[in-house]
Design a protein around this ligand. Structure first.
Ligand code: DON
Length: 310
């Protein structure tokens, strides 16, 4: 790949996608996120040798939100193994919004359909081991620090407190999970861990690197050491295809065709197996909670560079 030419293309695509920033709204149900300027769009691409190409707001910190669900799942799978995890959370897409409660009651057994929706990720947070919330959070932070090579990765306290104060829907999901036996132990502590891992702060450049480690089947691209097993990476990438963009996952698979995971702060992590990781930041969201300009940018990029996996 000619880096100079590719960077120019990235900037052109970013400009085209910029026109879509006024077609969405920043998330406001977490008050702190409502302060974000919607007219931002940044993108970074990380290649297998660690080279990073960027355009736009690629150094702007934002919170992972639902993108963190991939990393809590990695920790839960590494600590407990597949059978323990998938006895408590399913493997099927929902077709419902990310914070929906409806199928928890209507489908039996009453366990969340997958780990990418809020109910599923809260169940996964309940599986992360440690003597207290701090130690449980450290295992997620350590994973992210290893994957990005940035030992400073931490949480945005303002976003964490803002979500914690306003998370009645997530509390309802968690207490329902406790009632149906999916969550055991202290519910408020598990919710606290969930809010904290959603508030982990990153940049699009770091998200691109995270995507590259997934693309390399869990291998640290700089040290060439395995951070987590290839089998765990395979499971995560499959969930990203089937459930990563919530109830827009089918449309995204057809229009973009790359495993991806979005978050309500406007981030998208995309991973092109064996080729590259992509990080996008564009806080204006569509009605399903995905970055409008970010999805457009990934669509342009996938077509221009022929990245679709299907
Ligand atoms: O639990 C929540 O609602 C947020 N912390 C995360 C939701 C989210 O990012 C959904 N993504 N599109």
């Amino acid at each position: 790949m000619n880096i100079e030419h590719a960077t120019k293309q990235l900037e052109q695509m970013r400009q085209e996608a910029y026109a879509y920033t006024d077609k969405g709204k920043v998330a406001s149900y977490i008050p702190e996120l409502a302060k974000e300027d919607p007219c931002q769009i940044g993108v970074s691409v990380c290649l297998p040798d660690g080279t990073i190409l960027s355009a736009g707001e690629a150094d702007k910190p934002f919170t992972l939100q639902s993108i963190s669900k991939i990393f809590s799942l990695i920790v839960a799978l590494c600590q407990n193994g597949q059978s323990y995890v998938f006895e408590r959370v399913g493997k099927e897409p929902t077709g419902d919004p990310f914070n929906s409660i409806i199928k928890l009651e209507t489908i039996k057994p009453h366990r969340p359909l997958n780990p990418m929706i809020n109910a599923g990720a809260i169940a996964v947070a309940g599986m992360i081991r440690g003597k207290d919330v701090e130690e449980r959070l450290q295992s997620v932070l350590e994973l992210l620090r290893k994957m990005t090579g940035n030992p400073q990765i931490g949480i945005n306290e303002a976003v964490y407190c803002s979500e914690k104060k306003t998370a009645d829907r997530n509390r309802a999901l968690a207490w329902f999970l406790k009632d149906s036996g999916v969550l055991t132990g202290d519910v408020e502590e598990t919710l606290d861990l969930y809010f904290r891992h959603c508030s982990i702060e990153v940049t699009a450049k770091e998200v691109a690197r995270l995507g590259m480690v997934l693309a390399a089947d869990g291998m640290d691209i700089m040290t060439k050491e395995s951070v987590f097993p290839a089998e765990v990476a395979r499971i995560c990438k499959t969930f990203m295809v089937t459930c990563g963009m919530y109830n827009a996952s089918g449309e995204f698979a057809i229009d973009v065709g790359i495993p991806a995971k979005s978050g309500v702060a406007g981030g998208i992590l995309a991973t092109v197996p064996n080729k590259m990781g992509i990080g996008v930041f564009g806080p204006a969201l569509d009605e399903k909670g995905n970055s409008v300009a970010g999805v457009k940018l990934l669509e342009l990029l996938s077509k221009e560079w022929k990245l679709g996996i299907f």
